[in-house]
Design a protein around this ligand. Structure first.
Ligand code: ADP
Ligand code: MG
Length: 257
């Protein structure tokens, strides 16, 4: 197959998005855009709107104003399952794997779910070629544990398995919420390398607090503050931005979910 013509269409584009919870604007006129293949890290102090940002992409919360476009298509009014079928996968903070199935079975099951949906609904080949389970096991570094029940994996291994399960569904956009929480330094590093290796073939948004982890994986960083975009740039640019320093010093950098 020939390479597709170059395109400048963003994979995700958000225009003037406001989410109002009983008069409180968790997102306030937010505008955001990312290119296909980007690995984007979103940071911001507690209450900045990071979780609401992901919730509005997946359709869990509804915009009060503004709109979101995935590959140019408006997500307005779509149900969560419809958005998921379009190719947006979300990794939650707590691993959701089938504990008593083996690692391989977990991956196999996830791959087949999307396959059925894709083939029956869209009847066209997947844009990203389906990877075999073996390749996926290699990518997530779990080949030696393929035959073990998921219950026997460490927390970090379960996180990697769940990312593999998402990838098995061939999403174009992967949303990952605070993946380093609760991981050891070594596990955090491995997870970072995994996300880096998945970028380009996938577009990925990572919400993260662990600044060392952010430094490991970040290309472009988006800083949210009070529901709006405060600044964007490289890790160095963002860290040296006076507005960023002020909001972090002003509010602290505590953990939250
Ligand atoms: P973050 O993930 O950056 O810490 P959130 O998106 O969770 O921020 O929340 C942003 C703000 O919106 C917070 O002040 C939070 O209290 C508020 N908020 C979030 N969800 C709701 C809700 N369902 N109802 C009312 N307020 C909410
Ligand atoms: Mg949050």
């Amino acid at each position: 197959m020939n390479a597709p013509a170059p395109t400048t269409e963003p994979i995700l584009s958000i225009e003037n998005l406001t989410v109002n919870f009983d008069g409180f604007k968790a997102l306030n006129n937010l505008t955001f855009s990312m290119e296909p293949g980007e690995l984007r890290v979103v940071i911001g102090p507690n209450g900045a709107g990071k979780t609401t940002f992901l919730d509005s992409i997946t359709g869990k919360v509804r915009p009060t104003q503004g709109d979101l476009f995935f590959k140019g298509r408006s997500l307005k009014g779509l149900a969560e399952y419809e958005i998921s079928r379009l190719g947006i996968g979300r990794k939650f903070q707590t691993p959701r794997v089938y504990q008593n199935l083996t690692v391989r079975q977990n991956l196999d099951l996830s791959g087949n779910q999307r396959k059925g949906v894709m083939h029956t609904l869209f009847r066209k080949p997947l844009r990203v070629e389906r990877q075999s389970i073996d390749q996926l096991l290699e990518i997530v570094g779990l080949m030696p544990k393929a035959h073990l029940p998921a219950a026997l994996l460490s927390h970090g291994e379960k996180q990697r398995l769940e990312i593999g399960m998402l990838v098995a569904q061939s999403p174009d956009l992967l949303l990952v919420d605070e993946p380093a929480a609760g991981l050891t330094d070594e596990e955090t590093y491995q997870l970072g390398e995994l996300l880096i290796s998945l970028a380009e073939a996938h577009s990925i948004i990572v919400i993260e607090h662990d600044m060392e982890f952010v430094r490991q994986i970040a290309r472009k960083v988006t800083v949210l503050h009070e529901g709006s975009l405060l600044c964007e740039g490289t890790m160095d640019e963002v860290q040296n931005d006076d507005r960023v320093i002020e909001v972090y010093l002003g509010k602290g950098e505590g953990d939250e979910h």
